[in-house]
Design a protein around this ligand. Structure first.
Ligand code: FE2
Ligand code: FE2
Ligand code: FE2
Ligand code: FE2
Length: 286
């Protein structure tokens, strides 16, 4: 292990954010694991891609929260996030061009950036919220519902629909996807101003989290020689493209929310887990 999470040192006191930061530590350690392998045995591209999607998901969570509570240093914080993802893109390209490229630099950069950013800028916003008496949550819901109620509802959908794969990590990731869907559903019921304000962050979270999840799921399917992997990968790709289309349309600031697309997003995750992911259940369960 290369970097170790120490609560006293790294926690910023917002449990949902701490969880995501812990995950960033885990992913950084995966680059280290790859760097310890012989060049011919390395499989770094999927690791870097996952870090890219997870970091973007994490940044969307933080940025959505800044918007939600009107954090004043919003813009300078966002520009730090963008610098990071740009740099990650360069490393990804460098590695694609030269697979035997040394991993010391990206690794040092990741560790340094993550730790410095968490203990610096992230701690600043956490302290700011605390001083304002705000107990922040990264989640969105209709104004008549608490985050806890919203999470409970999502979990009961997950149980009622019998979405369990019996693989701990995949189940955890599917729950997060169902929960993001729940937030989309909640926002549809909220006032149009509120929906307009928060929907882009949620769509962004859905976009990056599904990329992160698909990459993990596909790697596991490949490792276990799942026979329908190509077909399955195409379904994932199709979903990502639809979200991109939707985000593009939404960026044009259409007058009304596209209900057909919202319906599609809400249904897709449930239907995909039930009809497609279940096909690998026997193979991938713990
Ligand atoms: Fe962060
Ligand atoms: Fe941040
Ligand atoms: Fe899945
Ligand atoms: Fe899938």
């Amino acid at each position: 292990m290369f970097i170790i999470w120490i609560d006293d040192k790294h926690s910023i006191g917002i449990p949902e954010i701490d969880e995501q930061h812990k995950q960033l530590f885990i992913l950084t350690n995966q680059i280290y694991d790859e760097s310890q392998k012989e060049v011919k045995d390395r499989n770094l591209i999927p690791v870097l891609k996952r870090i890219y999607s997870y970091t973007n998901y994490h940044f969307s969570s933080e940025e959505g929260m800044f918007k939600k509570y009107g954090y004043a240093k919003y813009l300078s914080h966002i520009s730090k996030h963008r610098e990071f993802t740009q740099r990650l893109k360069v490393y990804l390209q460098d590695y694609r061009d030269k697979p035997n490229y040394t991993l010391d630099e990206p690794l040092d950069f990741m560790v340094d950036w993550i730790v410095t950013h968490i203990q610096g800028e992230d701690r600043v916003y956490a302290d700011y919220f605390k001083a304002q008496g705000i107990n922040p949550s990264i989640h969105f819901n209709s104004s008549d519902k608490s985050t806890k109620e919203s999470i409970t509802e999502a979990l009961s959908i997950w149980e009622k629909k019998k979405l369990q794969i019996e693989n701990y990590t995949l189940d955890h990731q599917h729950k997060e996807l169902v929960y993001i869907m729940q937030q989309i559903k909640d926002l549809q019921k909220a006032s149009s101003d509120r929906a307009r304000m928060f929907l882009p962050s949620i769509i962004q979270k859905l976009f990056y989290y599904s990329q992160y999840h698909f990459s993990y799921e596909e790697e596991l399917m490949a490792k276990h020689n799942f026979e329908n992997i190509l077909e399955h990968r195409e379904l994932h790709q199709g979903f990502i493209l639809r979200i991109q289309d939707f985000a593009r349309e939404y960026n044009l600031e259409k007058e009304t929310l596209n209900t057909e697309m919202l319906q599609f997003l809400k249904e897709w995750v449930l239907t995909h887990i039930l009809d497609e992911d279940m096909k690998y259940k026997e193979l991938l369960k713990d």
